[in-house]
Design a protein around this ligand. Structure first.
Ligand code: AMP
Ligand code: MG
Length: 484
């Protein structure tokens, strides 16, 4: 694979052997590229212009591997819906770490490339629909300026994968700044060897938080840095109405990127209790629970660090407890700033919070669409149609105008702040389902059109119209599935 620009410098493979198993993807019968992210490839310094479609399909299915790759499956554990489990890459294989022309270190990973020692009896394969779903949502999140793994390619393997019925098998190539998860730390802690967890702490600092190397208490600094990143991430999710759906500790990265797009979905009508995932019976991962769950996951991360923090367990526990307890205030601050930005408010005034919560409460009562309500506010005139032609909303609007007038900056600045924080388009569930339906039946055009619409989500334009309507009653998606 010369001339394509791969530039591997693999470091994960130098961690203790417990962290991974070296293995190659299982070859597939008839690989065909369904979608390829050319702009991302270019950003990564990859160039496939001189390479035939067949070779490209062979590459992104694992039938051939590029020079310099040292494929491995990662070991990890995790709390799934609150319960501890041994996991690991059951159907994923990391090719290695590619260094981009700008010096960024990126994991390239297959999802759906066959069984591994961590498959726990499952087939190690993935289905076309769910892999395209991850492609759409992860690329949409990136365009929304939200830290996320990216999708480089989806390839069908020419084989049927059995999930109740036979479905087209596919492989996703995922790009991430790393795949180190809270679950990786939980796995390391389980080894009952202080050296192992220390190695992982050092590795994570080197890879994601190099400035911490100079700090005195590196472990605590790492915990705090990850807390900050996660508070930022969850604030972004709340901003756009994103519901991850499976915030298990194995699906939370140390880098602060969103990872693992399974039953995730975007909220339509505002309701803090919104849940889409068919397996989330207890509403554990509902929209409004996400900050508290992030904190719960961070507490699991903190526990793995205890042996490094103090020889006296109690002292170590006090230290981490204090740190993790500060997450609530840390998040609240970020959430308030974000909501102020959504309403075009500069500065911070005591009345802002009730102005924000009163709007949200009204939206919930009125069943108002989360995305569109905020975007309407950027239009200078109050919206006139239903549900906005209502006294409570008009009163709120007048209060908001009073608050806006207190800004030290002109209205123009408020409007651009709002337009940069309130997307005009999101991947609406009914649209995602429609394009996936067409794509799995061989018609990729609706999917590509949707991807184009989602590329510049903050720039409203007339051709976004078909993607902006909330679902009609008959289009409403009530449940999403893990879709493996
Ligand atoms: P997820 O819910 O996607 O984060 O997956 C949880 C765990 O199940 C991970 O360890 C996955 O590798 C594993 N897993 C999911 N689907 C499969 C599959 N088809 N074959 C093997 N392992 C799987
Ligand atoms: Mg996962």
């Amino acid at each position: 694979m010369t001339g394509s620009g791969f530039n591997f410098d693999n470091t994960y493979i130098h961690l203790p052997k417990a962290f991974y198993t070296e293995l190659s993807p299982v070859p597939v019968r008839k690989p065909e590229i369904v979608i390829f992210n050319a702009p991302l490839a270019t950003d990564m310094g990859l160039d496939f212009s001189g390479i035939s479609t067949d070779i490209k399909a062979a590459l992104f299915s694992g039938n051939i591997m590029p020079e310099g790759s040292e494929p491995l499956a990662q070991a990890y554990a995790g709390h799934q819906f609150g319960h501890f489990t041994m996991l690991g890459d059951g159907r994923a294989i990391v090719w290695g770490e590619h260094i981009t022309p700008s010096g960024q270190r990126l994991d390239i990973q297959f999802k759906g490339s066959g069984p591994t020692p961590y498959s726990r009896g499952a087939d190690g394969r993935a289905v076309l629909g769910p892999m395209l779903r991850e492609y759409i949502i992860s690329e949409a999140m990136h365009a929304l300026n939200i830290p996320t793994t990216r999708s480089l390619a989806v390839v069908t393997n020419g084989e049927k994968v059995y999930r109740e019925t036979g479905l087209p098998g596919a492989i996703l190539t995922r790009i991430a700044s790393s795949h180190i998860r809270v679950g990786t730390f939980e796995y390391a802690a389980l080894q009952q060897d202080k050296g192992i967890i220390q190695t992982l702490v050092n590795y994570t600092i080197d890879r994601h938080y190099p400035w911490i190397k100079e700090e005195q208490n590196k472990t605590l600094s790492l915990l705090k840095a990850v807390m900050e990143k996660q508070a930022d991430l969850i604030t972004h999710w709340m901003r756009v109405g994103f519901i991850h759906g499976v915030m298990n500790t194995d699906n939370m990265t140390l880098s602060g990127e969103t990872i693992d797009y399974g039953p995730c979905a975007f909220m339509d009508a505002y309701d803090p209790r919104t849940v889409f995932s068919s397996i989330d019976h207890m509403e554990r991962y509902a929209y409004a629970n996400q900050p508290a769950i992030a904190q719960w996951n961070l507490a699991r991360l903190a526990e793995t660090m205890l042996p490094l923090l103090d020889d006296e367990m109690e002292k170590a526990a006090d230290t981490t407890e204090e740190a993790v307890n500060s997450f609530g205030a840390l998040y609240k601050d970020k959430w308030l700033s974000m909501m102020r930005a959504k309403l075009g408010l500069f500065g911070a005034r005591a009345e802002d919070e009730s102005l924000i919560t009163d709007l949200l409460d009204w939206m919930q009562r009125a069943g108002a669409d989360y995305t569109n309500t905020f975007r309407h506010l950027t239009e200078e005139k109050p919206p006139q149609d239903k549900p906005y032609n209502d006294r409570a909303f008009k009163e709120w609007y007048t209060r908001w105008q009073v608050q806006l007038a207190k800004n030290t900056k002109p209205l123009k600045s408020s409007l651009s702040l709002m337009r940069a924080n309130n997307p005009a388009v999101i991947p609406r569930n009914q649209k995602v389902e429609q394009v996936l339906d067409a794509a799995t039946n061989g018609d990729l055009k609706p999917l590509k059109d949707l991807l184009t619409a989602l590329q510049e989500p903050y720039n409203n334009r007339s051709n976004l119209k078909p993607y902006q309507s909330p679902p009609k009653k008959e289009e409403r998606v009530y449940q999403t599935f893990c879709g493996t």
